[in-house]
Design a protein around this ligand. Structure first.
Ligand SMILES: CC1=C(CCC(=O)O)c2cc3nc(cc4[nH]c(cc5[nH]c(cc1n2)c(C)c5CCC(=O)O)c(CCC(=O)O)c4C)C(CCC(=O)O)=C3C
Ligand SMILES: [Fe+2]
Length: 408
C-alpha cells in the first residue's frame, strides 16, 4: 500500500455510513448550444493539452453539421426535471442542482448556488455509468477543482455516487431497447431468425488503454466490510483473468446480461467508437466501423447497435452511430437499427434515486441493488480502480495540489 500522505487521507472504497444530504448534484459533460460555442466548448474539453484551434475545427464538423448545437444540455435538463418529479413522487425533499464539466451551467456555478442556499453536503450523480478515467475519476477531479476554485473546500462536502453500470435501473432500459430493436428488424425482414441473421453490437466510447483501470482486487476494498474477496473470480467475465481493464470488464458484463435477456440467441460483440488522440497511442478496439466492414458477407442480414456506454442520445450517438456506423452498415448491405439509450426512462430515473438513498442511508454493500456479479462497484475511487499506474501518479499529484489549494 502507498504511504503517500495525499492518498492515505483518501477515504475508504465503500462508504456504508449514513449521511444527511442537502441536495443532489447532476454532474454532466456539457455541450455547445450554437455555432459560436463550438470552439470555446472544444477548448474546454481539451484544456491543458495545447491543441490549436485549427485542429479543434476538424473535430467541430459534427457539431457544425447540427447547427453547433449538441442535444446533451437539453437531455440533462430533462433528466434533472425527471429526477425532481421522481423525488416529489416518493416524498423526498431534496433539490437537484446541475453542473457540467465543459459548459454552462458549470460545476463551480452549481457549487456557488449550493453555498447560497447554505448546503453543506451534496451527493453527485454523474451521467456516466462506468469506471474509467473519463467517466469516473475525471469527474472526481472536476469536483476537487471546482471546490478549490470557489474556495468552498472544507465548507461543502461532495460525495459521488458509485459507477452504476450494474444497477437494474440502468440495465432494464437496454433490455427493453434491444427487444424493441429486434422487433423492428422482424418487421423489416420477414422470416428473420435472430440467432442466424442478426449481430448485436454493443457500442461504447473508446478510451486510451491507460484510462481503463486495473481490473483486479481493489486494494482498499480487500480490507473493507462486505468487500469481494476476489473481484476477478466474482466477475464471471471471459478475459477478466487475463488482465483487462475495469472499463472493458464492466461493459462486457452489461452486454452479456442484456444479450442474455433480450438477444434471442443472436451473436454479440462489444465494439468501440469515437476514438481520437494521436495515432501512435493505443486505444480500445475494435472500432465499430472496422468491425462492421469485417462481418463476413452473407453471414448476417442485420445488426442492432446498442449504445451501452451512454446514458443519453447525445452527439457521440447521433454522429458516430446514427451517421457514420449506419452508413457503414449500408455500404456492407446490412439492415441496421440503433436502439435508444436510457434517457429519462422511468427505471433509470428511479434507479438514480435509489443510488441516492443507498448513500444517504449507508446501505451495507451486500444489500445494494446490483444485477451483475461484478457489482456493486466502489463508492470512492482508490488506487487501481479507474487507473493504471501512470494515471495514479497524476491523480496523486492532482490530489496533493487540490489539498494545498484548499489549505491556502
Ligand atoms: C469514456 C468517455 C465518455 C463516456 C462517459 C461520459 O459521459 O463521461 C465520453 C462522453 C462524451 N464525450 C463527448 C464529447 C467529446 N469527447 C472528446 C474527447 C474524448 N472523450 C473521451 C472519453 C469519453 N467521452 C476521451 C478519452 C477523449 C479524448 C480526450 C480526453 O482524454 O479527454 C471530445 C474532444 C474531441 C475529440 O477528441 O474527438 C469531445 C467533443 C460528449 C458530449 C457529446 C455531446 O456534445 O452531445 C460526451 C457525453
Ligand atoms: Fe473509479
Amino acid at each position: 500500500m502507498s504511504t503517500d500522505p495525499a492518498l492515505a487521507a483518501a477515504p475508504a472504497a465503500f462508504d456504508e455510513q449514513p449521511h444527511e444530504y442537502d441536495a443532489i448534484l447532476l454532474l454532466g459533460f456539457g455541450g455547445p448550444e450554437g455555432q459560436d460555442d463550438v470552439i470555446p466548448f472544444l477548448r474546454n474539453v481539451t484544456r491543458g493539452r495545447g491543441i490549436p484551434d485549427e485542429r479543434l475545427e476538424e473535430v467541430a464538423h459534427h457539431y457544425r453539421h447540427f447547427g453547433g448545437v449538441s442535444p446533451i444540455n437539453r437531455q440533462n435538463h430533462e433528466l434533472r426535471d425527471a429526477l425532481a418529479a421522481e423525488l416529489d413522487r416518493r416524498g423526498i425533499d431534496l433539490p437537484v442542482l446541475w453542473g457540467n464539466r465543459n459548459w454552462d451551467p458549470t460545476l463551480p456555478d452549481a457549487l456557488r448556488e449550493a453555498e447560497a442556499h447554505g448546503f453543506r453536503r451534496i451527493l453527485a450523480l454523474a451521467t456516466s455509468a462506468y469506471a474509467s478515467y473519463s467517466g469516473c475519476k475525471q469527474y472526481q477531479e472536476n469536483i476537487d477543482d471546482a471546490l478549490a476554485e470557489t474556495g468552498l473546500a472544507g465548507r461543502l462536502t461532495i460525495d459521488k455516487a458509485r459507477p452504476y453500470f450494474d444497477h437494474p435501473g440502468f440495465i432494464a432500459p437496454f433490455v427493453e431497447a434491444l427487444r424493441g430493436g429486434i422487433a423492428e428488424l422482424r418487421e423489416k425482414i420477414p422470416g428473420l431468425d435472430p440467432a442466424q441473421d442478426v449481430r448485436i453490437l454493443f457500442a461504447t466510447h473508446s478510451v486510451p488503454n491507460s484510462y481503463t483501470g486495473d481490473f483486479g482486487p481493489h486494494p482498499e476494498a480487500l480490507g473493507g466490510a462486505g468487500a469481494p474477496a476476489d473481484t476477478v473470480a466474482r466477475s464471471g467475465v471471459p478475459g477478466a483473468a487475463a488482465g483487462i481493464g475495469a472499463y472493458e470488464a464492466q461493459h462486457l458484463a452489461v452486454s452479456a446480461a442484456v444479450a442474455e435477456a433480450a438477444g434471442e440467441g443472436a451473436a454479440w460483440d462489444l465494439v468501440y467508437q469515437s476514438r481520437s488522440g494521436p495515432a501512435h497511442q493505443p486505444w480500445l478496439e475494435p472500432d465499430i466501423n472496422d468491425f462492421i466492414a469485417e462481418i463476413p458477407k452473407g453471414s448476417a442480414k442485420a445488426i442492432v447497435i446498442v449504445p451501452v456506454g451512454f446514458v443519453s442520445d447525445h452527439m457521440e450517438v447521433l454522429w458516430d452511430l446514427d451517421t457514420e456506423a449506419i452508413e457503414t452498415a449500408g455500404e456492407h448491405g446490412l439492415e441496421v437499427v440503433r436502439v435508444p439509450t436510457p434517457g429519462t426512462h422511468p427505471a433509470y430515473v428511479s434507479g438514480l434515486i435509489d443510488l441516492v438513498l443507498e448513500r444517504r442511508d449507508g446501505t451495507p454493500v451486500a444489500e445494494r441493488a446490483s444485477e451483475l456479479a461484478l457489482g456493486p462497484w466502489f463508492d470512492v475511487c482508490g488506487e487501481g480502480c479507474c487507473d493504471t499506474e501512470e494515471r495514479q501518479a497524476a491523480v496523486r499529484a492532482h490530489r496533493a495540489r487540490a489539498m494545498q489549494a484548499a489549505d491556502a
